[in-house]
Write a protein that binds this ligand. Structure first.
Ligand code: ASP
Length: 413
């Protein structure tokens, strides 16, 4: 019997994970057998995410350096830069705007009894981050010792050094052609490792989804059902209606083919809640399945995984207005404009890791004087599934961006 394709295996893994998760939560996760199964899921999930993280830093470093060095060869570097930033900022702004419009229409949280969250309010341990602290923190991560950045998995520092390296390779040209060749070869090596890691994607997805489903408390969701519905609805609408329409109108891409090509990345994003951990899979899907230029993808995707987060930006705005409604505070237009800009900045600053948006949400809330500690305590318990959805939309946005930028740069080369 022939082995089913990787896509079918991933589908079976995802379905198996969800069914196992429902079963475990029905049985009760503190029952001996269920807790052992959950423990195994946790182990497998952790190993899988560790493998993705293991390859992440070398992949980001080499793909950006090689991408920039090679882009120069087809004289497209300037254009790729500008288009990438234009796409990232305009789509993020659009996402936040849509979030604000929808939350003003549906007003989730208005008149809701906040007492139900009293217990969780005390339990908050999330890091508090004000705007000045945020900027200081962000700036301190830009120019750092590259070895330390890589050793600590700091993506921004790694990207910045790789950009420097790529540019020096261009400037030095033939003098450093061996280094460029070596980096290109390193890149091939890393991509082979990524292909191997992809082989265990079905099991990783099963374990992560099993754990996710088993450990959620549905009662908590129903208590803030309207908010959850608004967040999920508008995030998915932006990710899977608005962005694909932009892609289609700008490039005429066959959307079915596009989504078949990136589905592994979307499932991984959903299961890991981390754009960064998903990056190796996204890169493989974009270059292998969709045949997008590897130099363009090598630049656009790693940058996107750290600065382009439509789902996160939108969520920051939605959550902020939800908290205002709960607190009975009516934010005026100037305050909402503040939220608009702060949500964009917060999403750019959030690293592509689980619940990073929760940390940067603090500064959005504080920018308009909302009680951040209580708000975070109230939002954390329901964050995991919402994070899964916004991460999927973040990765979707990066993928669409690389397709659009590839389209415009290849056309004119
Ligand atoms: N988990 C998200 C990501 O990795 C960031 C966030 O919104 O928390 O893209």
């Amino acid at each position: 019997m022939t082995k089913p394709s990787l896509n079918i295996q991933i589908f079976i893994g995802a379905l198996g994970g969800v069914i196992a998760g429902i079963f475990l939560s029905r049985v009760g996760i503190d029952q001996p057998v269920a807790s052992q199964v959950l423990y195994i899921f946790e182990l497998i999930g952790n190993v899988f995410v560790s493998l993705l993280k293991m390859i992440l830093v070398p992949l980001v470093f080499v793909s950006i350096a090689v991408g920039i060095a090679n882009l120069r060869a087809h004289a497209q570097m300037g254009k790729v830069w500008k288009l990438t930033l234009l796409y990232y900022f305009s789509t993020t702004a659009l996402a936040v705007f849509a979030g604000l419009v929808v939350v003003n229409i549906f007003k989730p949280g208005l008149g809701l009894e906040i007492d139900i969250f009293k217990n969780t309010i005390e339990a908050s341990t999330i890091q508090q981050l004000t705007l000045p602290q945020f900027f200081a923190n962000f700036l301190s991560q830009i120019f750092v010792n590259p070895v330390a950045a890589m050793a600590n998995g700091q993506i921004i520092g790694t990207i910045v050094f790789a950009i420097f390296l790529g540019i020096t390779l261009i400037v030095l040209g033939d003098k450093t052609k061996n280094t460029t060749i070596m980096l290109n070869e390193s890149f091939e090596i890393i991509m082979l490792m990524v292909a191997w890691i992809m082989k265990i994607l079905p099991i990783g997805v099963m374990a992560l989804l099993g754990e996710l489903v088993a450990t959620q408390d549905p009662a908590l969701f129903f208590s803030v059902g309207k908010y959850v519905a608004v967040v999920i609805g508008v995030t998915l609408f932006h990710g899977f209606v608005v962005l694909p329409c932009i892609l289609f109108f700008l490039t005429g891409t066959n959307l079915l083919k596009f989504y078949l090509g990136i589905r592994q990345a979307l499932i991984t994003a959903f299961s890991t809640s981390s754009s960064s951990a998903t990056l190796p899979v996204t890169y493989e899907c974009i270059t292998d399945n969709l045949k997008i230029d590897k130099d363009v993808a090598g630049f656009v995707l790693p940058l996107g995984a750290t600065i382009n987060m439509d789902g996160t930006a939108m969520y920051e705005a939605l959550a902020c207005l939800f908290v205002a409604n709960l607190a009975g505070i009516d934010l005026n237009i100037i305050q909402q404009l503040t939220v608009f800009f702060m949500a964009i900045i917060a999403s750019v600053g959030a690293p592509g890791i689980p619940s990073a948006g929760m940390v940067t949400l603090v500064m959005v809330l504080e920018s308009v004087g909302l009680p951040s500690k209580a708000a975070i305590a109230l939002l954390i318990p329901i964050d995991r599934p919402l994070d899964a959805i916004r991460t999927m939309v973040n990765v979707n946005g990066d993928s669409i961006g690389s397709k659009i930028i590839d389209h415009y740069t290849q056309e004119s080369s």
